[in-house]
Design a binder for this molecule. Sequence first.
Ligand SMILES: Cc1ncc(COP(=O)(O)O)c(C=O)c1O
Length: 403
Amino acid sequence: MDSEDAGMNLPQRSDLAHHWSLEPDTVFLNHGSFGATPITVLEEQVRIRELMERDPVRFFEREYSDLWDQSREVLAGMLNAELDGLTFVSNATQGVNTVLRSLDLKPGDEIIVPDHSYQACWNAVDYVTERSGAKTVVVKIPFRLEGAEQVIDLIMGAVTDRTVMALIDTITSPTGTRMPFEELTHRLQARGVDVLLDAAHGPGIVPLDLTQLAPAYCTGNCHKWICSPKGSAFLHIREDRKDSIHPLNISHGFSFEGTPQEKFEFEFAWPGTQDPTPWLSIPKAMSHMEGLVNGGWAEIMSRNRNLVLQGRDLICDVLETTPPVPDSMICAMSSVEIPTDEEVGPMSLDGDPFHNRLLDEYSIQVPVMPWRHHGKKYIRISGQLYNHIDEYEYLAAALKDCL
Ligand SMILES: Cc1ncc(COP(=O)(O)O)c(C=O)c1O
Protein backbone atom coordinates (compact mmCIF):
# COMPACT_ATOMS: atom_id res chain seq x y z
CA MET A 1 0.00 0.00 0.00
CA ASP A 2 1.33 3.49 -0.76
CA SER A 3 0.02 6.92 0.23
CA GLU A 4 -2.71 6.91 -2.42
CA ASP A 5 -3.86 3.47 -1.35
CA ALA A 6 -3.91 4.85 2.17
CA GLY A 7 -6.37 7.45 0.84
CA MET A 8 -4.14 10.48 1.46
CA ASN A 9 -2.84 13.05 -1.01
CA LEU A 10 0.79 13.95 -0.70
CA PRO A 11 1.32 17.38 0.88
CA GLN A 12 3.13 20.28 -0.74
CA ARG A 13 6.69 21.34 -0.05
CA SER A 14 7.78 24.95 0.43
CA ASP A 15 8.46 27.41 -2.40
CA LEU A 16 12.19 26.85 -1.91
CA ALA A 17 12.04 23.09 -2.45
CA HIS A 18 12.99 23.37 -6.13
CA HIS A 19 16.56 24.09 -4.98
CA TRP A 20 16.86 20.45 -3.90
CA SER A 21 16.60 17.28 -5.96
CA LEU A 22 14.58 15.41 -3.36
CA GLU A 23 12.31 12.64 -4.62
CA PRO A 24 8.98 14.36 -5.39
CA ASP A 25 6.89 11.47 -4.11
CA THR A 26 8.45 11.37 -0.67
CA VAL A 27 7.53 13.49 2.32
CA PHE A 28 11.06 14.15 3.48
CA LEU A 29 11.13 14.96 7.19
CA ASN A 30 14.58 13.64 7.98
CA HIS A 31 17.08 16.34 7.20
CA GLY A 32 18.81 15.46 10.46
CA SER A 33 20.31 12.11 9.48
CA PHE A 34 22.35 12.95 6.41
CA GLY A 35 21.34 16.49 5.38
CA ALA A 36 20.34 17.10 1.75
CA THR A 37 22.43 19.12 -0.66
CA PRO A 38 20.98 21.76 -3.00
CA ILE A 39 21.42 21.27 -6.73
CA THR A 40 23.63 24.37 -7.11
CA VAL A 41 26.03 23.06 -4.49
CA LEU A 42 26.22 19.65 -6.16
CA GLU A 43 27.01 21.45 -9.42
CA GLU A 44 29.84 23.30 -7.69
CA GLN A 45 31.19 19.98 -6.45
CA VAL A 46 31.14 18.64 -10.03
CA ARG A 47 32.97 21.77 -11.21
CA ILE A 48 35.75 21.30 -8.66
CA ARG A 49 35.97 17.59 -9.42
CA GLU A 50 36.35 18.34 -13.12
CA LEU A 51 39.11 20.82 -12.32
CA MET A 52 40.84 18.08 -10.34
CA GLU A 53 40.45 15.46 -13.05
CA ARG A 54 41.88 17.65 -15.83
CA ASP A 55 45.29 17.18 -14.20
CA PRO A 56 45.14 15.58 -10.77
CA VAL A 57 48.85 16.11 -10.13
CA ARG A 58 48.71 19.82 -10.90
CA PHE A 59 45.52 20.12 -8.85
CA PHE A 60 47.03 18.56 -5.74
CA GLU A 61 50.42 20.28 -6.14
CA ARG A 62 49.27 23.77 -7.09
CA GLU A 63 45.58 24.33 -6.43
CA TYR A 64 44.41 22.14 -3.58
CA SER A 65 46.20 23.86 -0.74
CA ASP A 66 44.78 27.32 -1.54
CA LEU A 67 41.26 25.96 -1.97
CA TRP A 68 41.55 24.03 1.30
CA ASP A 69 42.63 27.24 3.06
CA GLN A 70 39.80 29.28 1.54
CA SER A 71 37.24 26.76 2.72
CA ARG A 72 38.72 26.74 6.19
CA GLU A 73 38.68 30.53 6.37
CA VAL A 74 35.03 30.77 5.38
CA LEU A 75 34.00 28.16 7.94
CA ALA A 76 36.19 29.68 10.67
CA GLY A 77 34.27 32.94 10.14
CA MET A 78 30.93 31.25 10.70
CA LEU A 79 32.16 29.42 13.82
CA ASN A 80 34.21 32.36 15.12
CA ALA A 81 36.98 29.80 15.41
CA GLU A 82 40.73 30.19 15.64
CA LEU A 83 41.79 29.45 12.07
CA ASP A 84 45.01 27.73 13.14
CA GLY A 85 43.07 25.15 15.14
CA LEU A 86 40.50 24.37 12.47
CA THR A 87 40.81 21.48 10.08
CA PHE A 88 38.57 19.20 8.06
CA VAL A 89 37.55 15.59 8.63
CA SER A 90 35.06 13.50 6.70
CA ASN A 91 32.36 13.32 9.34
CA ALA A 92 31.72 13.95 13.02
CA THR A 93 32.27 10.28 13.86
CA GLN A 94 35.77 10.64 12.47
CA GLY A 95 36.30 13.87 14.40
CA VAL A 96 35.31 12.19 17.67
CA ASN A 97 37.52 9.18 16.93
CA THR A 98 40.46 11.39 15.97
CA VAL A 99 40.43 13.05 19.37
CA LEU A 100 39.67 9.97 21.46
CA ARG A 101 42.23 7.76 19.78
CA SER A 102 44.96 10.36 20.25
CA LEU A 103 44.41 10.54 24.02
CA ASP A 104 46.88 9.03 26.41
CA LEU A 105 44.36 7.59 28.87
CA LYS A 106 45.50 6.10 32.16
CA PRO A 107 43.77 3.31 34.08
CA GLY A 108 41.06 4.85 36.24
CA ASP A 109 40.57 7.94 34.07
CA GLU A 110 36.89 8.67 33.50
CA ILE A 111 35.05 9.97 30.43
CA ILE A 112 31.50 11.20 30.84
CA VAL A 113 28.90 10.19 28.25
CA PRO A 114 25.26 11.32 28.67
CA ASP A 115 22.82 8.56 27.70
CA HIS A 116 21.35 10.64 24.84
CA SER A 117 24.70 10.52 22.99
CA TYR A 118 24.98 9.27 19.43
CA GLN A 119 25.72 5.55 19.69
CA ALA A 120 28.68 5.57 17.27
CA CYS A 121 30.47 8.24 19.32
CA TRP A 122 29.58 6.54 22.59
CA ASN A 123 31.05 3.32 21.13
CA ALA A 124 34.27 5.20 20.33
CA VAL A 125 34.50 6.29 23.98
CA ASP A 126 33.95 2.67 25.13
CA TYR A 127 36.61 1.48 22.70
CA VAL A 128 39.32 3.77 24.10
CA THR A 129 38.34 3.35 27.75
CA GLU A 130 38.22 -0.45 27.47
CA ARG A 131 41.68 -0.59 25.90
CA SER A 132 43.31 1.63 28.49
CA GLY A 133 41.66 0.53 31.71
CA ALA A 134 39.84 3.86 31.89
CA LYS A 135 36.09 4.05 32.53
CA THR A 136 33.07 5.31 30.59
CA VAL A 137 30.76 7.06 33.04
CA VAL A 138 27.26 7.03 31.59
CA VAL A 139 25.03 9.81 32.90
CA LYS A 140 21.36 8.86 32.89
CA ILE A 141 19.23 11.76 31.71
CA PRO A 142 15.48 11.29 31.30
CA PHE A 143 13.83 12.42 28.09
CA ARG A 144 10.92 14.29 29.62
CA LEU A 145 12.88 17.29 30.83
CA GLU A 146 11.84 20.35 32.75
CA GLY A 147 14.75 22.43 31.60
CA ALA A 148 18.44 22.86 31.01
CA GLU A 149 19.33 23.05 34.72
CA GLN A 150 18.24 19.46 35.20
CA VAL A 151 20.72 18.31 32.54
CA ILE A 152 23.49 20.48 33.94
CA ASP A 153 22.96 19.16 37.47
CA LEU A 154 23.00 15.54 36.35
CA ILE A 155 26.16 15.91 34.28
CA MET A 156 28.02 18.03 36.82
CA GLY A 157 27.01 15.53 39.50
CA ALA A 158 28.93 12.83 37.64
CA VAL A 159 32.26 14.70 37.72
CA THR A 160 34.90 13.22 40.01
CA ASP A 161 38.58 13.97 40.40
CA ARG A 162 39.25 11.18 37.85
CA THR A 163 37.13 12.76 35.12
CA VAL A 164 39.34 13.79 32.23
CA MET A 165 36.78 14.40 29.50
CA ALA A 166 33.07 14.76 28.77
CA LEU A 167 31.40 14.08 25.43
CA ILE A 168 28.75 16.79 25.12
CA ASP A 169 26.33 17.15 22.21
CA THR A 170 25.03 20.41 20.84
CA ILE A 171 21.79 18.67 19.82
CA THR A 172 21.17 15.03 20.61
CA SER A 173 20.41 12.49 17.92
CA PRO A 174 17.71 10.15 19.32
CA THR A 175 15.97 12.81 21.40
CA GLY A 176 16.49 15.87 19.16
CA THR A 177 17.20 17.99 22.22
CA ARG A 178 19.38 21.06 22.39
CA MET A 179 21.80 20.50 25.23
CA PRO A 180 22.89 23.42 27.42
CA PHE A 181 26.31 22.94 25.88
CA GLU A 182 27.57 26.48 26.46
CA GLU A 183 26.99 26.34 30.20
CA LEU A 184 28.23 22.76 30.42
CA THR A 185 31.43 23.60 28.56
CA HIS A 186 32.17 26.45 30.92
CA ARG A 187 31.34 24.55 34.07
CA LEU A 188 33.10 21.32 33.09
CA GLN A 189 36.24 23.01 31.91
CA ALA A 190 36.33 25.13 35.07
CA ARG A 191 36.51 21.78 36.92
CA GLY A 192 39.46 20.72 34.76
CA VAL A 193 37.41 18.42 32.49
CA ASP A 194 38.11 18.72 28.77
CA VAL A 195 34.97 18.98 26.66
CA LEU A 196 34.72 17.11 23.39
CA LEU A 197 31.83 18.96 21.81
CA ASP A 198 29.89 16.83 19.34
CA ALA A 199 28.42 19.46 17.03
CA ALA A 200 27.30 16.95 14.40
CA HIS A 201 24.18 19.11 14.44
CA GLY A 202 26.06 22.36 14.67
CA PRO A 203 26.63 25.07 12.09
CA GLY A 204 23.38 25.99 10.41
CA ILE A 205 21.09 24.70 13.17
CA VAL A 206 22.48 26.38 16.31
CA PRO A 207 24.76 29.41 16.74
CA LEU A 208 28.32 28.40 17.60
CA ASP A 209 31.06 30.71 18.82
CA LEU A 210 34.13 28.61 19.40
CA THR A 211 36.30 31.48 20.60
CA GLN A 212 33.87 32.29 23.36
CA LEU A 213 33.13 28.66 24.22
CA ALA A 214 36.73 27.48 23.97
CA PRO A 215 36.04 23.74 24.20
CA ALA A 216 39.22 21.67 24.15
CA TYR A 217 37.81 19.92 21.07
CA CYS A 218 34.84 20.46 18.81
CA THR A 219 33.85 18.44 15.79
CA GLY A 220 30.83 19.01 13.61
CA ASN A 221 29.25 18.30 10.30
CA CYS A 222 28.79 20.70 7.45
CA HIS A 223 26.88 18.10 5.44
CA LYS A 224 23.88 18.28 7.74
CA TRP A 225 22.72 21.86 8.30
CA ILE A 226 25.06 23.81 6.02
CA CYS A 227 23.92 21.38 3.29
CA SER A 228 27.38 20.87 1.81
CA PRO A 229 28.12 17.54 0.13
CA LYS A 230 28.40 14.43 2.28
CA GLY A 231 31.89 13.94 3.70
CA SER A 232 32.38 17.55 4.80
CA ALA A 233 32.99 18.02 8.51
CA PHE A 234 35.37 19.92 10.74
CA LEU A 235 37.50 19.41 13.81
CA HIS A 236 38.61 22.35 15.91
CA ILE A 237 41.34 21.79 18.47
CA ARG A 238 42.22 24.41 21.06
CA GLU A 239 45.81 25.65 20.76
CA ASP A 240 46.98 24.04 24.01
CA ARG A 241 45.75 20.59 22.87
CA LYS A 242 46.98 20.63 19.27
CA ASP A 243 50.35 18.92 19.84
CA SER A 244 48.82 15.72 21.08
CA ILE A 245 46.14 15.17 18.41
CA HIS A 246 46.93 13.41 15.14
CA PRO A 247 44.62 12.33 12.34
CA LEU A 248 43.44 8.72 12.30
CA ASN A 249 45.54 8.24 9.16
CA ILE A 250 49.19 8.79 9.99
CA SER A 251 50.47 10.00 6.66
CA HIS A 252 53.20 12.16 5.09
CA GLY A 253 52.65 15.09 7.44
CA PHE A 254 53.88 13.13 10.48
CA SER A 255 57.55 13.37 9.41
CA PHE A 256 57.25 16.85 7.91
CA GLU A 257 59.95 19.18 9.16
CA GLY A 258 58.27 22.57 9.17
CA THR A 259 56.76 24.72 11.88
CA PRO A 260 54.28 22.99 14.23
CA GLN A 261 51.43 24.83 12.46
CA GLU A 262 52.60 23.72 9.00
CA LYS A 263 52.89 20.18 10.26
CA PHE A 264 49.38 20.29 11.78
CA GLU A 265 47.91 21.50 8.50
CA PHE A 266 49.85 19.04 6.38
CA GLU A 267 48.89 16.10 8.61
CA PHE A 268 45.18 16.86 8.37
CA ALA A 269 45.03 18.15 4.78
CA TRP A 270 46.69 15.02 3.44
CA PRO A 271 45.23 11.87 4.99
CA GLY A 272 46.17 10.02 1.77
CA THR A 273 44.50 10.28 -1.62
CA GLN A 274 40.79 10.99 -1.35
CA ASP A 275 38.14 13.16 -2.94
CA PRO A 276 38.42 16.58 -1.24
CA THR A 277 35.50 18.14 -3.15
CA PRO A 278 33.04 17.93 -0.22
CA TRP A 279 35.36 20.18 1.86
CA LEU A 280 36.02 22.52 -1.04
CA SER A 281 32.30 22.97 -1.72
CA ILE A 282 31.60 24.35 1.78
CA PRO A 283 31.91 28.05 0.79
CA LYS A 284 29.40 27.59 -2.02
CA ALA A 285 27.00 25.71 0.26
CA MET A 286 27.17 28.49 2.82
CA SER A 287 26.66 31.35 0.37
CA HIS A 288 23.89 29.51 -1.48
CA MET A 289 21.93 28.72 1.67
CA GLU A 290 22.37 32.21 3.09
CA GLY A 291 21.11 33.67 -0.16
CA LEU A 292 17.85 31.70 -0.09
CA VAL A 293 16.21 33.92 2.53
CA ASN A 294 16.49 37.49 3.74
CA GLY A 295 18.28 37.42 7.05
CA GLY A 296 20.80 34.66 6.38
CA TRP A 297 21.55 31.95 8.92
CA ALA A 298 19.66 33.57 11.79
CA GLU A 299 16.50 33.54 9.66
CA ILE A 300 17.12 29.97 8.41
CA MET A 301 17.54 28.70 11.96
CA SER A 302 14.51 30.54 13.22
CA ARG A 303 12.24 29.44 10.33
CA ASN A 304 13.27 25.81 10.66
CA ARG A 305 12.81 25.87 14.41
CA ASN A 306 9.34 27.41 14.17
CA LEU A 307 8.30 24.80 11.65
CA VAL A 308 9.47 22.01 13.92
CA LEU A 309 7.75 23.49 16.98
CA GLN A 310 4.48 23.61 15.06
CA GLY A 311 5.09 20.11 13.70
CA ARG A 312 5.77 18.81 17.20
CA ASP A 313 2.47 20.23 18.45
CA LEU A 314 0.60 18.45 15.66
CA ILE A 315 2.25 15.14 16.51
CA CYS A 316 1.75 15.55 20.24
CA ASP A 317 -1.95 16.22 19.61
CA VAL A 318 -2.53 13.00 17.70
CA LEU A 319 -0.44 11.00 20.14
CA GLU A 320 -2.41 12.59 22.97
CA THR A 321 0.73 13.66 24.72
CA THR A 322 2.55 16.85 25.64
CA PRO A 323 5.88 18.19 24.36
CA PRO A 324 8.63 16.25 26.17
CA VAL A 325 11.04 19.18 26.55
CA PRO A 326 10.55 22.95 26.80
CA ASP A 327 10.62 24.98 23.58
CA SER A 328 13.93 26.49 24.67
CA MET A 329 15.54 23.06 24.16
CA ILE A 330 14.38 22.76 20.56
CA CYS A 331 16.16 23.77 17.35
CA ALA A 332 15.23 22.36 13.94
CA MET A 333 14.73 18.80 15.20
CA SER A 334 12.37 17.36 17.75
CA SER A 335 11.53 13.92 19.07
CA VAL A 336 8.40 12.51 20.69
CA GLU A 337 7.89 9.07 22.19
CA ILE A 338 6.07 6.52 20.03
CA PRO A 339 3.85 4.24 22.09
CA THR A 340 5.11 0.67 21.89
CA ASP A 341 4.53 -2.60 23.75
CA GLU A 342 7.63 -4.18 22.25
CA GLU A 343 10.81 -4.62 24.17
CA VAL A 344 13.12 -1.99 22.72
CA GLY A 345 16.30 -3.52 21.31
CA PRO A 346 19.33 -1.99 19.62
CA MET A 347 18.99 0.01 16.40
CA SER A 348 19.18 -2.06 13.27
CA LEU A 349 20.58 -1.17 9.88
CA ASP A 350 17.32 -2.34 8.28
CA GLY A 351 15.36 0.48 9.91
CA ASP A 352 12.68 0.24 12.56
CA PRO A 353 9.53 -1.60 11.34
CA PHE A 354 7.36 1.44 12.12
CA HIS A 355 9.69 3.72 10.19
CA ASN A 356 9.50 1.26 7.29
CA ARG A 357 5.72 1.23 7.48
CA LEU A 358 5.52 5.03 7.32
CA LEU A 359 7.79 4.99 4.29
CA ASP A 360 6.16 2.09 2.47
CA GLU A 361 2.53 2.92 3.16
CA TYR A 362 2.56 6.72 3.43
CA SER A 363 5.78 7.72 1.62
CA ILE A 364 7.06 9.52 4.71
CA GLN A 365 10.76 9.55 5.38
CA VAL A 366 11.02 10.10 9.12
CA PRO A 367 13.26 8.30 11.62
CA VAL A 368 11.80 6.11 14.32
CA MET A 369 14.58 5.27 16.72
CA PRO A 370 14.49 2.47 19.25
CA TRP A 371 16.57 3.81 22.14
CA ARG A 372 17.26 0.91 24.43
CA HIS A 373 19.04 3.13 26.99
CA HIS A 374 15.64 4.66 27.75
CA GLY A 375 13.57 1.59 26.85
CA LYS A 376 11.64 3.81 24.42
CA LYS A 377 11.08 4.49 20.75
CA TYR A 378 11.31 8.03 19.47
CA ILE A 379 10.03 9.59 16.29
CA ARG A 380 12.14 12.58 15.27
CA ILE A 381 11.08 15.31 12.88
CA SER A 382 13.40 17.81 11.21
CA GLY A 383 12.68 21.11 9.48
CA GLN A 384 14.63 22.54 6.58
CA LEU A 385 13.85 25.31 4.10
CA TYR A 386 12.25 22.88 1.66
CA ASN A 387 9.65 21.72 4.20
CA HIS A 388 6.10 23.00 4.58
CA ILE A 389 3.74 22.75 7.57
CA ASP A 390 1.39 20.58 5.47
CA GLU A 391 3.98 17.83 5.58
CA TYR A 392 3.79 17.62 9.38
CA GLU A 393 0.00 17.62 9.19
CA TYR A 394 0.26 14.74 6.77
CA LEU A 395 2.57 12.89 9.18
CA ALA A 396 0.16 13.53 12.05
CA ALA A 397 -2.71 12.11 9.96
CA ALA A 398 -0.63 9.04 9.09
CA LEU A 399 0.20 8.50 12.76
CA LYS A 400 -3.46 8.73 13.64
CA ASP A 401 -4.23 6.21 10.94
CA CYS A 402 -1.60 3.73 12.15
CA LEU A 403 -1.75 4.06 15.90
C1 LIG B 1 24.92 13.78 17.78
C2 LIG B 1 25.55 13.13 16.59
N1 LIG B 1 26.86 12.84 16.63
C3 LIG B 1 27.49 12.28 15.59
C4 LIG B 1 26.80 11.94 14.45
C5 LIG B 1 27.53 11.29 13.32
O1 LIG B 1 27.56 12.04 12.17
P1 LIG B 1 28.33 11.44 10.94
O2 LIG B 1 27.59 10.20 10.52
O3 LIG B 1 28.30 12.49 9.90
O4 LIG B 1 29.69 11.09 11.41
C6 LIG B 1 25.43 12.19 14.37
C7 LIG B 1 24.67 11.81 13.16
O5 LIG B 1 23.51 11.95 13.03
C8 LIG B 1 24.79 12.80 15.47
O6 LIG B 1 23.48 13.05 15.45
